[in-house]
Every structure is written in C-alpha cells, then in structure tokens.
Design a protein around this ligand. Structure first.
Ligand code: HEC
Length: 125
C-alpha cells in the first residue's frame, strides 16, 4: 500500500470510530424515547404527519423533505443532521433554530438524546 493510501485508510478508520462514539447511545432505549416523536414523525415510509418524515434524517440537510411545507427558519438553517446537530436541536429546538414550527419542548436529558439519536442512526432509513 502506498503511504498516502495508508494514511487515508487510517484516518477513515479513526473517523469511523469517532462517529460510532458520537451518539454513544443505546438504540433500544432510544426506541422508547422515539415514542414521543412518533405522533408527528414517520420513520421509514417518507409520509408526512404533523412533521416531516425522519426517513434518512441522519445525513440529510434540514428542511429538504420534498413533500413537507417547512418553516423558512428550518430551510435557512441548512444544517446537515448528524449526531451533533440533532443533539443541539433536540436539546433546545427554539434556541437552535429560532422561528421553527416544531412544537416540542427541549429534551433535557442528554442520555435520552444520545439514545434517541442512536435509534435514529439505526432505524430512520
Ligand atoms: C407536535 C409534533 C412534533 C413532535 C412531537 C416532534 N416534532 Fe419534530 N418536527 C415537527 C414539525 C412540525 C417540524 C418542522 C418544523 C419547521 O418546519 O419549522 C419538525 C422538524 C423536525 C426535524 C427537522 C427535520 C428536517 O427535515 O429538517 C427533526 C430532526 C425533528 N423534528 C425531530 C424530532 C424528534 C427526534 C422528536 C422527538 C423527540 C420530534 N421531532 C418531536 C413536529 C414535531
């Protein structure tokens, strides 16, 4: 293997480990936390409920589900949803995206957020 390829492979491996540790949550517990979201968010079919479907939400840019009428605030935010941005949003939706229309209080418990995000990473596909 050429040195450059080796460096690339090693940094990919490190990035992979870092990502796996980002949410560090328990997806089984996270499924129970998701029960609070399910009334408004579909997980897998792409269907709109009160909120946009979370199908493929991890890695998706905010405000881009084509069949949902988003607030301008969420579209303008244009953040890629990952473990960090989801954590910040769920910890304080109105603070992270002022003017967004998700009527949901902050999810105050960091462990709940980590577990929920682990569940979304695994199941919102
Ligand atoms: C009362 C209904 C409701 C509940 C409950 C709710 N949401 Fe939302 N959610 C919305 C709405 C409406 C939007 C779109 C807001 C906008 O356009 O400003 C949204 C947007 C989002 C987005 C941005 C999606 C995108 O495509 O950019 C995420 C992520 C999200 N919600 C996650 C959650 C999670 C996780 C929970 C549970 C902890 C939850 N929501 C609970 C209604 C809800």
């Amino acid at each position: 293997m050429k040195p450059v390829a080796l460096v690339a492979a090693v940094s990919l491996a490190i990035a992979g480990t870092a990502m796996a540790q980002q949410s560090g949550g328990d997806p089984v517990r996270g499924k129970a936390v998701y029960a609070r979201c399910a009334a408004c968010h579909d997980l897998n079919t792409g269907a709109t409920r009160l909120g946009p479907s979370l199908k493929g939400v991890v890695g998706r840019t905010s405000g881009t589900m084509p069949n949902f009428n988003y607030s301008q605030a969420l579209k303008d935010k244009a953040v890629v949803w990952d473990a960090q941005s989801l954590d910040a949003f769920l910890a304080g939706p109105a603070k992270y995206v002022p003017g967004n229309r998700m009527a949901f209080p902050p999810l105050a418990n960091p462990q709940d957020r980590a577990d929920l995000i682990a569940f979304l990473e695994q199941s919102a596909r």
